[in-house]
Design a protein around this ligand. Structure first.
Ligand code: PLP
Length: 423
């Protein structure tokens, strides 16, 4: 019995793949909307004006972003194309958070033109931004890196080894400096965890930021108008893991807010998140087909997708659940490595995984691939990345990004110049 579900039957898939051959990503609109409502309700009901800026990098598809925007989400961007994706999805102004790092001048200029909230990653960027824009924007945010004051987690590492954000002394100086240069409104941001499943971690992070906001007010006179908790809410990739209980986190955060912010005269302050993973991760699947089986020192199943479509297992050794469509209830009688076609031995979707016996032609589904999945794809070995399909609430399936073709790969090469090239 598989605890993780997939919305299509074998029959559905046979029909679908006649039109859209594997591999492809499939997203479930209903699941995305229901989760978004649960998240927004939990926090909006406790924090008036609450906002969530969807981290575009998790699933940079404007069809998905429009669905999330309709559920009240904004966008968190960190590059010019991500800013443009936000605009194409109907998001602009303070619906867009620009949390970037090592940012080129042109991207600050663009973010400012669309009135996005600019979140600075370093104290030296105050001057850089001031010069790039010919004056600071009215509203500005700073990203705090607590360093050794806060534990990180395995995926993001220790804060003091992370390249992001301002130190504690710097952040106090930064608000004073930005105010001196004419900024009038302020936000505070941090992002210290990734894929974290411990709900208390977020409560502790909130308390840390609330206490910092109080210190900023006492030492610089600046009262922040919003606090952005960043992303980092994990999802249960493994069967048996428990998803974060949003009501629990929101309740405890509210208690910390009432205890720390209110007595300091810092109420109301808008609370925000910029999560990506939980909004699309569990509602996206990479659908592949078994095309080879190989029996050497181990048993291998070769599928028609590769690490170029989904990098997480190869890059982080991340677990993604694998199921075989139509064999959900079959006994896991085999132990396989499920592998892609890259000339890299880390190109394995599953290693020594107990699965039902797989035959060539079986649909092998990789679960929880909806965030940091297609988005992290790449073209190594000249692999062409999979397209994306969306299962609408009414049961219809539409294509929201086509599969790459060879011309896409060649788009940056000008073969017309090649004949005269002397080797
Ligand atoms: C990656 C990232 C996020 C989103 O992280 P998730 O784990 O997808 O929620 C948010 N903010 C920043 C600055 C990030 O780098």
């Amino acid at each position: 019995m598989s605890e993780k579900s997939f919305p299509l039957t074998l029959q559905d898939l046979r029909g679908l793949t006649a039109q859209y051959p594997t591999p492809f990503y499939l997203y479930d609109e209903k699941g995305i909307r229901e989760h978004a409502r649960r998240f927004m309700n939990a926090f909006s009901s406790r924090f008036p004006g609450f906002r969530e800026y969807f981290a575009v990098k998790a699933c940079p598809n404007p069809f998905i972003m429009k669905i999330l925007a309709a559920e009240g989400l904004g966008a968190d961007c960190s590059s010019m194309p991500e800013l443009i994706l936000a605009q194409k999805s109907g998001l602009t102004g303070d619906q867009v958070m620009f949390t970037s790092n090592e940012t080129p001048e042109s991207e600050y200029v663009y973010a400012n033109l669309m009135n996005a909230i600019i979140n600075l990653d370093d104290i030296t960027h105050i001057d850089y931004l001031d010069k790039a824009l010919g004056g600071l924007p009215e509203l500005i945010c700073f990203r705090y890196n607590p360093g050794p004051l806060r534990d990180g987690n395995a995926l993001i590492g220790k804060p003091e080894e992370a390249k992001y954000g301002l130190t504690r002394p710097q952040i106090l100086e930064a608000y004073a400096e930005a105010a001196k240069r004419g900024a009038k409104r302020f936000g505070l941001h941090t992002m210290v965890a990734s894929n974290e499943l411990n709900p208390d971690y977020f409560v502790e992070t909130a308390r840390m930021l609330f206490e910092l906001a109080v210190e900023i007010k006492e030492k610089t006179g600046v009262a922040v108008e919003f606090i952005n908790m960043g992303g980092g809410i994990g999802i249960p990739y493994r069967p048996g893991q428990k998803a974060i209980d949003y009501d629990y986190v929101a309740d405890k955060m509210k208690a910390a807010y009432d205890a720390v912010m209110k007595p300091a005269g810092l109420d109301p302050v808008r609370i925000c998140f910029e999560c990506g993973r939980p909004f699309t991760g569990p509602y996206g699947w990479l659908v592949t087909k078994a095309i080879h089986e190989k029996h050497i020192y181990r048993e291998y199943i070769g599928v028609d997708a590769s690490m170029a479509d989904l990098m997480r297992p190869g890059m982080y050794g991340a677990y993604h659940h694998v199921s075989v469509v139509g064999k959900e209830d079959a006994p896991a009688s085999k132990t396989y490595d499920v592998v892609g076609s890259l000339c890299e031995n880390c190109d394995k979707f599953a290693v020594q995984r107990e699965l039902p016996e797989i035959e060539k032609g079986d649909f092998v589904v990789i679960h929880d691939a909806g965030a940091h999945g297609r988005a992290m794809g790449f073209n190594y070995n000249a692999k062409l990345r999979a397209g994306e399909l969306l299962l609408r609430e009414d049961g219809k399936i539409i294509e929201i990004r086509r599969k790459e073709i060879i011309d896409d790969y060649f788009a940056t090469l000008d073969f017309k110049k090649l004949p005269g090239f002397k080797a």
